[in-house]
Ligand binder design. Structure first.
Ligand code: PHB
Ligand code: FE
Length: 328
């Protein structure tokens, strides 16, 4: 993410346990032992600091992602690809009715730099916001240190495909990616590629299951193959997706192993739409007008298929495209 440190407004305040307080436009952010507190001109809200840190980690690492990143039912961001809205209560019927909802639009670099600085300051050694709960310490307590190696982890984005020359390498024991405890049974052999004469260098394959079995993070889709705007973004999942993602386009899900349950709600009002239970082999299209959150009882593998065409958000928002990819 682009970051301009000069735009970050923060201060150390007596009694804040060593954590900095951050300001972004009319928003103020502070944390204590257990909670992150967000204040805006017309209201305030508190979130469990673990949940806040995990959502913040994704928003920072994904550059505000596609569309809406709801940290919870109240606070979140909307990506307009160049600018970003930071909102509180904007998609919450109660806040709307009370007139206490609020949002401000910032250059992406300004919001990104502030969120990044907050993530770095508020994360102590021993807590990794990308890790599964059983593979990290907790986020609670006063400031002791930092964990820059964890919070500066770059999202994997390949140019064409994992394993091609000059592209993202396969994961191995040797380059620091051992097989996860829950994927000990995943075969690790690589496909044998035998191109016909004249096609050498044009045919490629890799073992995606092996690649995902060695992921050290959860709920972090990485771009593993690219064909024009078609991005395959597989990911390994365990416990709960830390955000409620509001789509600005259709996304396809292919469940590659185990089970994930999805809670699907209306993007604007938050009213429940569906509970989608996906077992290995199931395929679902998530419409462009919903938000969703996933629950994975054991580590599982999910392929998220994204269409990166930058014209899509306006076509859906303007009603030029149906929010559903198919009609039955
Ligand atoms: C999504 O919002 O579609 C999403 C985000 C992160 C994941 C999986 C799915 O790990
Ligand atoms: Fe999504």
């Amino acid at each position: 993410m682009a970051s301009d440190e000069s735009t970050v407004r923060s201060e150390l305040v007596e009694g804040d346990l060593g954590y900095r307080r951050f300001r972004l436009g009319g928003f103020e952010f502070r944390r204590d032992r257990y909670f992150a507190h967000v204040k805006w001109p017309k209201g305030s809200h508190s979130l469990d600091v673990t949940a806040f840190a995990k959502a913040l980690m994704r928003d920072v690492a994904w550059g505000f992602f596609y569309g809406w990143v709801n940290f919870d039912d109240v606070f979140g961001t909307t990506n307009h690809y160049g600018t970003v809205d930071v909102y509180a209560g904007r998609y919450n019927a109660g806040f709307r009715a009370a007139g206490t909802d609020y949002f401000e639009t910032f250059p992406t670099s300004q919001a990104g730099a502030t969120f990044n600085a907050m993530l770095e300051d508020w994360t102590n050694e021993g807590f990794d916001p990308f890790a599964a709960p059983q593979e990290t310490g907790n986020a609670y307590g006063p400031k002791t240190s930092s964990n820059l190696a964890a919070v500066r982890r770059a999202r994997v984005v390949c140019k064409r495909a994992v394993g091609l020359a000059g592209d993202i390498p396969r994961r191995t024991d040797e380059n620091g990616y051992p097989v996860n405890r829950d994927f000990a049974d995943v075969p690790q052999d690589e496909p044998e590629v035998r191109p016909e004469p004249g096609f050498e260098g044009q045919i490629h394959a890799f073992n995606l299951y092996s690649y995902l079995s060695r992921s050290d993070v959860t709920w972090n889709p990485s771009v593993c193959s690219v064909v024009k705007d078609s991005l395959f973004c597989p990911t390994s999942e365990e416990h709960i997706l830390p955000i409620f993602h509001g789509n600005d386009r259709v996304e396809w899900f292919v469940q590659l192993s185990d089970t994930i349950e999805w809670e699907v709600a209306d993007k604007e009002t938050g009213s429940p739409r569906a509970r989608v239970i996906m077992h290995a082999g199931d395929v679902a299209a998530m419409p462009a007008d919903i938000k969703h959150k996933g629950f994975s009882p054991k580590r599982s593998m999910l392929l998220v298929w994204e269409n990166a065409d930058s014209k899509l958000p306006a076509l859906y928002a303007g009603g030029k495209l149906s929010p559903y990819p198919v009609d039955f």
